[in-house]
Design a binder for this molecule. Structure first.
Ligand SMILES: Nc1nc2c(c(=O)[nH]1)N[C@H]1C(S)=C(S)[C@@H](COP(=O)(O)O)O[C@H]1N2
Ligand SMILES: [Mo]
Length: 583
């Protein structure tokens, strides 16, 4: 058995490192689902911490401070990398060496994971999946790049020891691939190898074949493996593939893991009671008509608009709010700082500027939060500042007029929505809510930074994208019932919907059918000017096709304009109009 061109050691090391990376990536991905403590590196690190004698622990804490955990995990990773490289080098000789090494590591990982408090059977899944992926990757790389190949396939001695079996397995794999290429160009070497592959499949009893093959010429072609020996290009492309898989699995696993961690943190929070509670909702805020938007929008029904492809997962313990810029005393608040301040509760309807006339991008909730004005006053606003440029954890920015936030309305750094800790989709742990302004200029979710500045100096996310820098909500109304395009029975029916003019309030809603007389709808009660208002009207529907229009008048006496304009740049106008068929 003559090996003329076994791959160099660096190639084996690279294959081993790649297999190790894939193993850890897959384990990380699985741990993202099963739980962060099941990631074997963390479990091994935890065991190391447990086993470390106290004086060494104290030394580590003194030497590395708060970074001691990072140093520990980094150390485990360096050791793993060295061993993975060594396994790759060994796998060039016999692939089983790689398998054995990875299995030994898996055993250590499983033991470490199972010694953790609360461990269950599912905790071994990330380690087992990682080891299996690592073994598969290492074998695939060895085969693909001909790391263990010989230039001339020699006969195999028919010894029964396991190593030889494993070698034969690897050879068979390689040959099966050669078999495929043989169909294409039928070279001598390929056919010889293909013939042996059939032997391999028929089992060891086929016996050694004394080989005239030994004398056959070897045809080397780039990309053909099996007969060709070590192929650097195939190794590097294989490694690149492995690195991509490992990276993607790691990123996804971490994202899943942090989502879990944030869910846990969110679930563990208790909301303090408000220093300034909202009055109970007055009787009659909700007509309770089927098909009419309820006065309070349930969190799970609340519209969602943001630029986030992946919803930011913000750990409340790591969260900070920085208030800086044109202030006398910059402030940095932790989540506990925020919860320790007097909290205000308020009913506020949020609306998106992109909402078309009759659209769904609106919802009403009871929010709990710290008044933005209190925090800003403590920071000391400097004269000349007219804009609050807020930034979210994921880099979205929003420009809010200072005078609006300071004029006494309930502009909040909100932490809860309808009596529930802020849902992650709606900005957990903290978002802004400002009555009277469209969301894109006021309602920053996952807010982490507020810079006090000027509109002539700074620009928020949507401004260069064609939306107005300042955008108070326009008075609007919507018909919820009947629905556009439906068919009704003739006779008495209810026309109903919602109207809004946040921070001004709705004074009147009028409806007309088929361009007839405007009739005033009855209005539901409201807790204040910052919410939408339900309206309803009885209508004696006669057979035929009918057009129904609605328009609202706000408490400042302004009636909605008829003219239809699109949402850009600062909110749609026009009367919501529907047609129905009455039979
Ligand atoms: N971080 C962040 N906050 C954001 C946005 C965003 O894209 N990113 N969009 C804003 C817009 S346009 C609106 S209308 C509201 C919507 O809030 P909701 O998703 O809780 O309904 O969030 C605002 N806050
Ligand atoms: Mo929006």
């Amino acid at each position: 058995m003559q090996r003329t061109d076994r791959a160099p050691a660096w190639a084996g090391a690279l294959a081993g490192l790649t297999a190790g990376a894939v193993a850890l990536g897959v384990a990380q991905l699985a741990a993202g689902i099963v739980g962060p403590k099941t990631f074997p590196v963390v479990a091994v690190g935890d065991v190391v911490v447990d086993l470390t004698p106290p004086p060494v622990k104290d030394f580590a804490i003194n030497a590395f401070g708060a970074n001691d955990k990072t140093v520990l995990v980094g150390g485990v990773l360096v050791v793993l990398a060295l061993i993975a490289a060594a396994l790759g080098v060994a796998a060039r000789r016999r692939p089983v060496y790689g398998d054995a090494g990875l299995l030994a590591f898996g055993a250590v990982g499983v033991l470490a994971v199972l010694t953790r408090p609360g461990a269950g059977a599912a905790w071994v899944v990330p380690t087992v999946a990682g080891v299996a992926a690592g073994m598969w990757t290492l074998r695939a790389l060895v085969r693909r790049a001909g790391l263990a190949s010989r230039a001339v396939p020699a006969y195999e001695p028919a010894d029964a020891d396991a190593d030889a079996d494993a070698d034969r397995m690897a050879d068979t794999d390689r040959m099966a691939d050669a078999d495929r290429t043989a169909d294409v160009d039928g070279t001598v070497a390929d056919r010889a190898v293909a013939g042996r592959a059939a032997d391999g499949e028929s089992g060891p009893q086929a016996g050694p074949e004394p080989g005239p093959e030994i004398e056959r010429p070897v045809v080397m072609r780039p990309g053909a493996y099996g007969a060709g020996g070590f192929d650097r290009r195939r190794l590097l492309t294989g490694v690149a593939g492995g690195v991509v898989v490992a990276g993607a699995a790691t990123v996804l696993g971490r994202a899943l893991g942090s989502r879990q961690a944030v869910d846990v943190a969110r679930g563990g929070l208790a909301l303090p009671s408000p220093a300034t509670p909202a009055a109970p909702l007055p009787a009659g805020t909700d007509f309770r008509i089927g098909g009419l938007s309820p006065f309070v929008t349930r969190n799970r029904d609340f519209y969602r608009v943001d630029t986030a492809l992946v919803v930011p997962q913000v750990d409340p313990r790591a969260w900070r709010l920085r208030v800086h810029g044109m202030v006398d005393r910059p402030i940095e608040l932790t989540f506990d700082d925020l919860l320790g301040r007097p909290l205000t509760e308020a009913d506020i309807t949020l609306t998106c500027v992109s909402n078309p006339v009759g659209g769904e991008y609106i919802g009403n909730a009871r929010w709990l939060g710290v008044r933005m004005a209190d925090v800003l006053r403590e920071a000391g606003l400097q004269s000349g500042a007219d804009m609050l440029l807020s930034t979210s954890e994921d880099g979205f920015t929003c420009g809010t007029p200072v005078d609006v936030v300071m004029d006494g309305r309930d502009a909040l750094f909100a932490v809860a929505m309808n009596g529930e800790v802020l849902p992650v989709d709606h900005g957990f742990p903290v978002r802004q809510v400002v009555p009277g302004l469209y969301g894109y200029v006021s309602a920053t979710k996952w807010v982490v930074d507020v810079k006090v500045t000027r509109f002539d100096r700074d620009e928020a996310y949507w401004t260069p994208r064609g939306w107005a820098a300042q955008a108070p909500i326009k008075t609007q109304s919507r018909i919820d019932l009947p629905r556009q395009g439906t068919t009704l029975r003739s006779g008495r029916t209810t026309v109903a919907g919602v109207a809004w003019a946040q921070h001004t309030g709705i004074e009147a809603v009028e409806v007309r059918v088929d361009r007839g007389e405007w009739r005033r709808a009855r209005l539901a009660a409201v807790p204040g000017p910052d919410t939408w208002r339900q309206w309803a009207l009885d209508w004696d529907a006669a057979p035929g096709r009918h057009t129904i229009e609605v328009r609202a008048t706000d408490a400042a006496g302004r009636t909605q304009a008829e003219q239809q304009t699109p949402p850009a740049p600062d909110g749609a106008t026009g009367w919501h109009t529907i047609t129905v068929q009455v039979t």
